[in-house]
Design a protein around this ligand. Structure first.
Ligand code: NCD
Length: 316
């Protein structure tokens, strides 16, 4: 565990800008907040007199609720904004929208935006810390922080040398990229597995193994992180374009109990949600004792509390 007590960054734009000490500090702080969340009174006054704006320019259920709960458990004041029904539809620019919100004395911005890099751009234009809650197909840092936190709690505190596979639509997944960075920082061996058409060509340059064989990956792995097929990012909500049919995808890359039983060791199964039951994961697996999917959701609040708290501290 590192000795550091502050983050190296003033915003959380991606895992890419973080150090190993940052990740350890966030996880250690999250452990303390997880204890708080299990008490009868789940609230601490850490962010009293602090206002956080949650700006969601893209759909979200879990991440948005998780951030809002984290903010409320820290006693922050919270304002919520979603692009639907806002002046974004009247051609207002991102910087103007955010500056107007900041003029109302907001201290921190949590944002989800469909454009990769939107957060980096905004961070160069405004003074307050920005937390990336997902930028298009690029990064989703708090998801990776909660995924690695969950793995450290359920698999092993030390992930060095552990074999972690990320399975599915790697190409369109911000969860995949952030998880790769985070797992590499923690010394894990990372493999991505999916159809050739859903794995970016240059991914090996990030130091990950690439496989197109789920059965082999099951035998290799200590944990599997199953991803959703991002149909909404494939240019069509109705038809699949990167493999022949969803049925064929499920036959090759869907995780079933029968397949899982090929492993000689107990595997940890993760999924960032929303799950497509019967596509990338069967109900039997999602609801089995292997699955830590709901632990991930629970841990998400504690990890986001840690991120908000540590960034607020940096602000002084
Ligand atoms: C993920 C996302 O939005 O990137 N979900 C989430 O944040 N819990 C993954 C997904 O949508 O499949």
């Amino acid at each position: 565990m590192s000795e550091s007590s502050t983050l190296s960054q003033r915003s959380l734009l991606g895992i890419r800008g973080l150090t190993r000490a940052d990740v350890d500090l966030i996880h250690a702080t999250a452990r303390e907040f997880k204890d708080v969340l299990n008490r009868p009174i789940k609230k601490v006054p850490s962010l009293r007199d602090f206002t956080v704006a949650n700006l969601f320019f893209e759909n979200s259920t879990r991440t948005r609720l998780s951030f809002e709960l984290a903010e409320k458990r820290l006693s922050a004041d919270v304002v919520n904004f979603s692009a639907a029904g806002s002046s974004v539809k009247k051609w207002e620019t991102l910087v103007d929208t955010v500056n107007n919100i900041l003029a109302m004395k907001v201290d921190m911005v949590v944002m989800r935006h469909p454009h990769p890099g939107a957060h980096h751009f905004l961070a160069s234009k405004v003074e307050v810390p920005i937390v990336n809650a997902g930028d298009g197909t690029h990064e989703h840092p708090t998801q990776a922080l909660l995924d690695t936190f969950s793995l450290r709690q359920s698999l092993s505190e030390d992930l060095a040398g552990k074999n972690i596979a990320i399975v599915g639509d790697i190409q369109h997944s911000r969860v995949a990229l952030s998880n790769i960075w985070a797992l590499k920082l923690l010394g894990a061996n990372v493999r991505v597995c999916g159809p050739q058409t859903l794995i970016p060509k240059h991914l090996k340059e990030l130091g990950v193994e690439v496989s197109h064989d789920l059965d082999d990956t099951i035998r290799w792995a200590d944990a599997l992180n199953m991803l959703r097929i991002q149909l909404e990012r494939q240019g069509s909500e109705e038809s699949v374009r990167f493999f022949p049919t969803l049925r064929e995808y499920t036959m090759r890359f869907g995780l079933t109990l029968e397949r899982l039983n090929q492993s000689s060791k107990p595997l940890t199964i993760m999924h960032p949600g929303p799950i497509n039951r019967g596509v990338e994961i069967s109900s039997e697996v999602a609801d089995s004792e292997h699955s830590i999917i709901l632990d991930q959701v629970e841990n998400g609040v504690a990890v986001r509390m840690a991120v908000l708290y540590l960034l607020a501290q940096k602000r002084g």
